[in-house]
Design a binder for this molecule. Sequence first.
Ligand code: IPE
Ligand code: IPE
Ligand code: MG
Length: 249
Amino acid sequence: MAEDSNQGSLPRHIAIIMDGNGRWARARLLPRYVGHREGVKSVRRAVEACLDKNIKALTLFAFSSENWRRPSEEVSLIMDLFVHALKKEVVALNRNGVRLRFIGDLTAFSDNLRALIAAAEEETRDNSGLDLVIAANYGGQWDITQAVQNLAARLVDGTLQPQDITPDVLAAEVCLSDLPPPDLFIRTGGEQRISNFLLWQLAYTELYFTDTLWPAFDGQKLDDALSWYANRQRRFGRTGDQVEQKKGA
Ligand code: IPE
Ligand code: IPE
Ligand code: MG
């Protein structure tokens, strides 16, 4: 675990629940879909800001494993938007050095969408500018479950013993194990819940909640979150005095 993030610093990894698209649209008497479409512009702004600031990783919750419960027309419009955004954005992302990756159970998506995802990941895999992770049909409980399945398979074939299963061993099997854990979590839209996002990975993340609806989340709002983060004292179980001493050392 990264225990050296000092006060005043930028997060290396930001994870965002992009919530409030529907309410943003409703407030304007527009269909919910328009809110999702506007939300894509906020994604673009957030990616550009992270590139500008040299932030290493950005993970965005785009579609949860529970979002299938929405009306089928809305789900299908969101899927169309994914396809459209992938077709439109990947060239520019690649040019800007972004490495794109999807996490979640992608088997539920159409062949067309899966092919676009695979192509985008392949095309950007050697980039090193910003790790952009899209969580789609993702659930934190699914993530931990698939990690446990991987370990269980090794127990069965005898390459792992039960007593060898430690938090580090499990951590290596959950999504994003190759990235630093999120330093900063942002949820827009006013709700203060995790909604089955990165349950394992958020263990020591700083949690920032804002009433701003996702389509209205711009560079200034991100800067507000970053200033808030810069003023947190990350203690990781230690006392505040210990952290201060370490900083001065
Ligand atoms: C978040 O916005 C986007 C997705 C879940 C796909 P919502 O669609 O949840 O917007 P609200 O919460 O209804 O305003
Ligand atoms: C969380 O938003 C999922 C995404 C932003 C993709 P929701 O709007 O689905 O969350 P709940 O259901 O209100 O908690
Ligand atoms: Mg919502």
